[in-house]
Ligand binder design. Structure first.
Ligand SMILES: OCN(O)CCCc1ccccc1
Ligand code: NI
Length: 187
């Protein structure tokens, strides 16, 4: 079971590497890894288990954060609405690829954090508001989906990890809260 001890932290050069595509059909090893990554996200969002296991809550995880340089990400975005517990996005994605994106940019009003970064780094992380994404799912089936707003932000954060990019690389050093016209601030 994945815990915080398995997550490498900034300073580890593995976080700056470009990860390799996984072979398809998926190996049992890669399928198992994906399942463990998703289990981590579920545990990290369960108040009891997170407390027991000392997990930081996360809505996404990328294999390079486990010092595994493979293009595998897991995302689990809860709906946040107790009436409707269905997550808005829950998937293990193999070889995810952004096919196209909106001209419209967006950022989270509260900025971003990262399980591999043990400090606050304030500032707007400007990303694409909408993306069209292809990936191979856990069943080995090629998927093509469109995402927007928070879900699109999360997936872009994870795909960045596959390319050795950290969220704070996108923050304007002179003025962390500088915003070009028209950037959507998602609260
Ligand atoms: O890479 C996963 N991770 O470090 C957990 C945090 C994920 C995340 C946090 C804020 C905005 C987008 C994504
Ligand atoms: Ni991260």
């Amino acid at each position: 079971m994945i815990t915080m001890d398995d997550i490498i932290r900034e300073g580890n050069p593995a976080l700056r590497a470009v990860a390799k595509e996984v072979s398809v059909p998926l190996s049992d090893e890669d399928i198992k890894l994906g399942e463990e990554m998703m289990e981590f996200l579920h545990n990290s969002q369960d108040p009891i288990k997170a407390e027991e296991l000392g997990l930081r809550g996360g809505v996404g995880l990328a294999a390079p954060q486990l010092d595994i340089s493979k293009r595998i990400i897991a995302v689990h975005v809860p709906s946040g609405d107790l009436e409707n517990p269905e997550p808005t996005l829950s998937a293990v994605m193999y070889n995810p690829k952004i096919l196209s994106h909106s001209v419209q940019d967006a950022c989270l009003g509260e900025g971003e954090g990262c399980l591999s970064v043990d400090r606050e780094v304030p500032g707007y992380v400007v990303r694409h508001n909408k993306i069209t994404l292809s990936y191979v799912d856990a069943a080995g089936v090629k998927q093509k989906i469109r995402l927007k707003n928070y879900e699109a932000i999360v997936v872009q954060h994870e795909i960045d990890h596959l390319n050795g990019v950290m969220f704070y690389d996108h923050i304007n050093q002179e003025n962390p809260y500088a915003l070009k016209d028209g950037v959507l601030v998602i609260e």
